[in-house]
Design a protein around this ligand. Structure first.
Ligand SMILES: [Zn+2]
Length: 967
């Protein structure tokens, strides 16, 4: 850059410093200072930016370089043009064109999405950085594992290494702006020679996930071009696109066990490249929120991190304020509690999660934002940046994209706060280009900080990794043992694999292990805490003790993996665990083979609670399979009630049992034990059309697909058509809707049908179901068909909030479904549940009276006993009707992990009700036994229901149960 240009830039910065807010003047100066820029870009961007102060001197220009394709050269338009969004294939096409033209950019394929789209990471840096990428990757790998280097070597590596800063757009595919912006950023990082960009290019390597959910991206772009583009404030669409990814919407940012292939691919990449910073770009706040990790904070993470986060956020806030951009703020939005957000993979591994929420809409239309006046109090109905009128992905569609309603510390966006020194106010238009300007200015500023403090960031990364090893030696918890020889080893296997997937080191004890906490058999899984990811192991395995019951959290309060999986995990304080001899588990995935002993033509398969039992049943779909109704013994093997007796081709049975890790014995003759045949139901899964609902249904679909259970996904169209008994035996309504009314009426009709169908133009719509009009719900006609289905012998299973429906619409008239009080608060605590009818097939495989279950916000279920409310209450606790299969003891003593405020409200409420009706039955779950690929210990409650659908017999009466003692 010529000296005069640099001087002009410096002057610009100085003027900006003086005149924060006088953005027009500052930008004019900046533009004049730039030579070799694309004049058309500058003119159009100025036109598309709705107010001069919604831009910055960092992004109001774009260099034109011969031979380097700008986004416009490939896409045909500049980034941020109103009413223009880019499909994923074109986004990839752009990055590949730039990579072909410049040695400063490289595209790496890391996997394939559910729908087969290529997943990539794009690297951008200097020629030198990109050609030596492998060397820089090695440096970061060494810093990530301080055991591999001496402190002196660490100092040398830090002097040579470069921070890798990872940016990701489109994780929430309805938040479309950042994926557009990142293309321009990549070009700018390759092409521009300003001091800031040159310094970033030379000293930082930038990596980019262009679109984290590419399947959802294309569906959202289709929806935008079909509906959103014509939307106006007075003519809203009224619904968002029913599906984003194949299974989930925004829960791809809650996928703590990396179940979705897109998230898993990024984790695998992360563990090879170790970016010390991962930064997700969202768009759900006004005008730009930069995350700084507010309370409640996960106490396991290194305190250094809690210093680093606000440093970067404050730098961005002050720089952008200096450029005159209003509405940049930090602090009061998302906390640092749940480790399940996608970019948290970096914090979990001693790096740093970062996040923006940038003002935007679900499409590329310019829309109004209405905020209060500067002196507003926030109590006068002033919006918080909610765009005027509904839009794609909002009203009538899924709930607020980032579920902000329950978050602490939110205040009126127009109000000045210590964490929002320069708020935006009033009413203004907001465009896609504004979104680009804010996001890109913020990111360049973050990269500027990283280029200035690169060594400190690397040193912190190293020290945090080192501390994690040392903390494990010093802290009370020295490790964990997952004992071998547990009753069901398939859940042990899953838990071990989930930990290994995250890079946690695990060994198998070579001999029996004696520790203060007990003696564990050889082969037990040992997790020592003197390893780089020792903090993560503790975070995932410990009981979550909430730091302050007055604080709310943005997402789940608990996830304790042993409790969620019903796997015994022992926390160990005895420091001797660090010296236990182990064989390290080298594989990323272990497979514990099942066993088939004995000889004979029949095979008995023990039901120890493995989720693989249902897979076995479906893999042997042509075999005769019975479920035993009582325990029996054969040799020294005990087969609990629910065990399978299979006759058929023994060789095939053997290989199925072994590959699924189950325990079986071949029998010479049929044991003398009552049993019923496990015939396979014709299974349907019911879904609303609203987006938030398809995601909740999606988690159940994902579980059924993974465990190989076939089903038909049905919607209101199928229910209203009737004749349900001719097609299905069981209909499962996953947790969705939030109320009975919503289950019946779903998306409110605005008079115009909203179609979800594939066409030659919109090839991504109509996947996973089609509808001529997604509004209106099943209505009362649909309710009547479902009632007919149950009365004629069908089984209706409702999970979580879907259980309001049968109670409120008369399908289970004896069941009451109440709501918790406004004071009650339980963001997913793990609590005790007491099994009242242990002989019921739903409990096959469960061997204790009390089991840990997740409780979110399901209905408070009870049976209306028909008692006269004016009678004086009988002494003692009320009798529990036979229909109640499981209940919550309730109270603080029965909260096992996480937070439940008002735990007495669930005291003695039903957790599962089996309500016969006509020839069929309704089975209502208050909780969600199939939650986000997490509570594996509960899955069998649903799977047993499916497999034993027509074998549920009335339970003989027994004396009334009494209260569990508090403990
Ligand atoms: Zn988001």
């Amino acid at each position: 850059m010529p000296r005069s240009r640099r001087a002009a830039r410096l002057l610009t910065s100085f003027l900006l410093l003086l005149g924060a807010g006088s953005g027009l003047f500052a930008q004019t100066t900046a533009r004049e200072a730039v030579g070799g820029d694309d004049p058309e870009f500058a003119r159009l961007v100025k036109e598309w930016t709705t107010r001069p102060d919604f831009s910055s001197p960092l992004v109001d220009h774009l260099p034109k370089v011969a031979g380097l394709p700008s986004p416009k050269d490939i896409l045909g338009h500049h980034i941020g043009e109103p009413k223009k969004l880019t499909y994923y294939a074109d986004i990839l096409r752009y990055y590949r064109a730039l990579a072909a033209a410049s040695p400063r950019l490289k595209v790496l394929t890391i996997g394939k999405s559910h729908e087969g789209r290529e997943l990539v990471v794009v690297f951008v840096g200097s020629d030198e950085s990109i050609s030596n990428l492998e060397q820089y990757r090695t440096y970061l790998g060494q810093l990530a594992d301080p055991r591999t280097i001496t402190p002196r070597q660490a100092t040398e590596i830090i002097a040579k290494a470069k921070p890798l800063y990872h940016l990701s757009g489109g994780l929430h595919s309805g938040e479309v702006g950042p994926s557009e912006m990142l293309m321009e950023l990549a070009y700018r990082l390759v092409a521009e020679d300003s001091p800031i960009i040159s310094q970033i290019r030379d000293s930082v390597i930038v990596s980019i996930t262009p679109v984290a959910d590419p399947d959802g991206r294309d569906r959202n772009v289709d929806w935008y071009y079909k509906y959103g583009i014509n939307e106006t404030e007075s003519r809203p669409i009224g619904a968002g696109v029913p599906f984003w990814g194949k299974y989930v919407f925004h829960d791809d940012n809650r996928d703590i066990n990396y179940s979705q292939i897109e998230m898993r691919s990024l984790l695998d990449w992360y563990l090879e490249y170790h970016p010390p910073i991962m930064h997700d770009l969202h768009q759900a706040q006004t005008l730009m929120y930069t995350f700084s990790g507010q309370a409640p904070q996960n106490p396991n993470l290194d305190p250094i991190l809690y210093g680093e986060l606000p440093m970067m956020a404050n730098f961005e806030m002050s720089q952008m304020t200096k450029y005159g951009m209003p509405g940049v703020w930090t602090h009061g939005f998302v906390d640092m509690w749940s480790p399940g957000y996608l970019a948290f993979m970096s914090s979990n591994h001693n790096g740093m999660i970062r996040m923006y929420e940038i003002q935007g809409f679900g499409g590329a239309n310019t829309q109004k934002v209405r905020l209060g006046n500067p002196n507003g109090t926030g109590a006068n109905g002033i919006g918080d940046g909610t765009p005027a009128g509904p839009g794609p992905g909002r009203a009538g569609g899924p709930p607020a994209i980032d579920a902000a309603a329950a978050v602490s510390g939110r205040s009126n966006q127009a109000q000045r706060e210590w964490f929002r020194p320069f708020p935006a106010t009033g009413e203004f238009d907001w465009s896609l280009r504004n979104n680009t300007n804010y996001g890109q200015t913020g990111v360049i500023t973050a990269l500027q900080y990283t280029s200035q403090f690169g060594r400190i960031i690397l040193e912190n990364f190293y020290v945090k990794s080192r501390n994690s090893i040392e903390t494990g030696r010093k802290e009370t918890v020295a490790g964990y043992v997952i004992p071998g020889r547990q009753r069901d080893m398939t859940r042990v296997e899953r838990l071990v694999n989930l930990l290994r997937m995250q890079g946690i080191e695990i060994g198998r004890a070579t001999a029996a292990v004696k520790l203060q906490e007990g003696t564990f058999p050889a082969g037990s899984f040992i997790i020592k805490r003197d390893q780089p990811y020792s903090r993560l192991a503790k975070t995932l395995l410990e009981k979550q003790v909430y730091p302050d019951p007055n604080l709310r959290t943005y997402d789940d309060a608990s996830w304790t993996m042993g409790l969620m999986s019903h796997v015994e995990v022992k926390e160990i304080a005895d420091k001797k665990i660090l010296d236990v001899a182990v064989d390290p588990v080298k594989e990323k995935e272990i497979r514990l083979a099942g066993t088939v002993g004995g000889t004979g033509a029949l095979i008995a398969v023990a039901h120890y609670g493995s989720n693989n039992m249902i897979t076995l049943r479906y893999r042997l779909k042509d075999a005769r399979v019975e479920a035993t109704e009582k325990e029996f013994k054969q040799g020294n093997v005990t087969f609990p009630a629910g065990s399978f007796i299979v006759s058929g081709e023994v060789a095939k049975l053997r290989s199925a049992v072994e590959s699924l890790g189950l325990t079986a014995l071949a029998l010479p003759s049929r044991p003398d034990v009552p049993a019923h045949e496990l015939d396979l139901p014709r299974l349907a899964v019911y879904s609303l059309w609203s987006g938030g609902a398809t995601q909740d249904v999606g988690w159940v679909r994902f579980a059924l697909d993974t465990f190989e259970v076939p089903y038909e996904l049905i919607y209101k169209e199928r229910v209203k058509r009737g004749g349900l008994n001719a097609a299905y035996d069981v209909i499962v309504m996953p947790n969705q809707g939030g109320s009975g009314k919503r289950m019946v009426f779903d998306i409110e009709s605005r008079g115009q049908p909203i179609e979800y169908k594939r066409s030659d133009t919109f090839r991504n719509l109509g996947m996973y179901g089609e509808s001529d009009d997604i509004t209106g719900g099943m209505g009362l006609d649909g309710v009547a068909e479902l009632e007919k289905f149950v009365k004629a012998g069908g089984v209706l299973v409702t999970l979580g909030q879907a259980s309001y429906f049968p109670a409120e619409f008369g399908l289970a008239p004896k069941v009451d479904a109440a709501r918790t009080s406004p004071q009650f608060y339980s963001p997913g605590a793990i609590v005790d549940a007491e099994i009242l009818q242990p002989a019921h097939p739903i409990f096959y495989g469960y061997d204790s009276k009390t089991i840990p279950v997740r409780y979110g916000s399901g209905p408070l279920l009870s049976i209306d006993t028909g008692a006269n409310p004016f009678d004086p209450p009988a002494p003692g606790p009320p009798p529990t009707p036979q229909a109640v299969l499981m209940r919550y003891p309730g109270g603080d003593d029965h909260v096992l992990s996480g937070l439940m405020r008002g735990a007495n409200e669930i005291r003695n409420r039903a957790a599962i009700i089996d309500q016969p009706s006509g020839k069929g039955r309704v089975i209502l779950f208050a909780g969600n036994p199939c939650y986000r690929w997490q509570n594996f210990g509960e899955f069998n409650l649903l799977f047993n229901t499916v497999l034993n659908f027509n074998d549920i017999k009335p339970v003989p009466p027994k004396p009334p149960a009494t209260d569990l003692p508090a403990r």
